[in-house]
Design a binder for this molecule. Structure first.
Ligand code: G3I
Length: 322
């Protein structure tokens, strides 16, 4: 019988955030990515700090590598991310200039990158995490220097540089509850109503196995009501949210994780086809997840274990569309 893979089993694109150094240097990682996924998001390679290290220097090396790999292997590339408050190079955070100079910097950063990948990167997270958890606008150098309408202008500038690209607003915490979710949806609906070129909403969905199904369903279904394409853009399911250093990943936990993945996939699969941009997991396996390093704890958030073997979560994802 033909081998089961995620990309063959799912009726919508299935992606992963890719670490370019592992893709280049680790054969088993590269093979797993090649086999299982048909959409790729660079985990870091397109962030300002990596791709635009000096005012007049762009470093395309890693991002081009990913784009070429994707082309050779027939995979979609989703660009991440043009405008974010984090991962900025120091030349931007220290930049001295008046409002006009900041606007030029902002526009040229967006348009240089989008133009470089025109026709190769089909979609972008144009603005990432502009809303704070309390629903107010998140403080950032962009807000400070450009004012709150920087978000709309980022979409306009990106659209000018590649009118065919699908443009997303990406954020986390839709599943927390109505406060943050409402603020994000208000922002997105406001852009839509003003005819700002926005085509999709990214729900990062860095979640945990204890997150109630209702919260996850509300996140997906309210985003769908915007009429935009929906991307579950950075999915992972933390199993050690209380930071227990001695925790081990038991079969019982693995089963609960599998059920949570299944619920998310099932809910996503039930939204209108035309709005299903896809589901992307944030990283590939438990070995390359950002979570253990970021929170200094053991964790097992992904459908592949640290030996790249399938976990019960893998089957949960496939069962979500049955
Ligand atoms: O490359 C440098 C290396 O030269 C240096 O020695 C080392 C020391 O700290 O840092 C390395 O950079 C790290 C970079 O990842 C590359 O591995 C940064 O410190 C580290 O902060 C950075 O973390 C990334 C983080 O975004 C910030 O950009 C994570 O890998 C990445 O998974 C994470 O992804 C974000 C999404 O973009 C947005 N949503 C949340 C998600 C998780 O935080």
């Amino acid at each position: 019988a033909e081998e089961v893979t995620l990309q063959k089993s799912l009726p919508f694109p299935i992606g992963a955030a890719v670490n370019i150094s592992l893709l280049k240097n680790k054969t088993a990682y590269r093979e797993l990515v090649t086999k299982e996924f048909n959409s790729l998001t660079p985990e870091s390679a397109m962030k300002a700090g990596v791709i635009h290290p000096q005012e007049n220097t762009y470093n395309w090396t890693d991002a081009d590598y990913l784009v070429n790999f994707a082309k050779e292997n027939n995979k979609r590339v989703h660009g991440h991310t043009l405008i974010w408050y984090k991962s900025l190079p120091s030349w931007i955070t220290n930049y001295q200039g008046d409002a006009a100079a900041w606007e030029t910097l902002f526009k040229s950063h967006i348009q240089t990158i989008v133009a470089h990948f025109k026709g190769k990167v089909v979609s972008w997270d144009v603005v990432n995490e502009a809303i704070a958890d309390d629903g107010t606008m998140r403080s950032s150098i962009w807000l400070e220097k450009l004012g709150p309408d920087y978000i709309a202008r980022a979409f306009q500038y990106a659209h000018e540089a590649d009118p065919d690209a699908l443009l997303f607003y990406n954020d986390y915490g839709h599943e927390y509850g109505p406060t943050k979710r409402g603020a994000i949806l208000d922002l997105v609906n406001n852009l839509k109503n003003r005819n700002i070129p926005i085509h999709g909403i990214g729900l990062q969905m860095h979640t945990r196995y204890t997150m109630p199904d209702n919260n996850l369903a509300s996140a997906i279904n309210t985003a769908t009501q915007t009429g935009l394409k929906v991307h579950i853009a950075e999915l992972d399911i933390a199993m050690n949210p209380d930071n227990i250093q001695s925790l081990t990943f038991s079969p019982a936990l693995a089963e609960q994780q599998s059920q949570k993945y299944k619920f998310i996939v099932k809910t996503f699969n039930a939204i209108p086809k035309s709005q299903q941009f896809g589901i992307t997991t944030w990283n590939v396996s438990d070995a390359d997840s950002w979570i253990p390093g970021n929170y200094d704890r053991p964790d097992w958030p992904l459908p592949f274990d640290s030996n790249y073997a399938k976990k019960p979560a893998y089957q949960g994802i496939i069962d979500g569309v049955k």
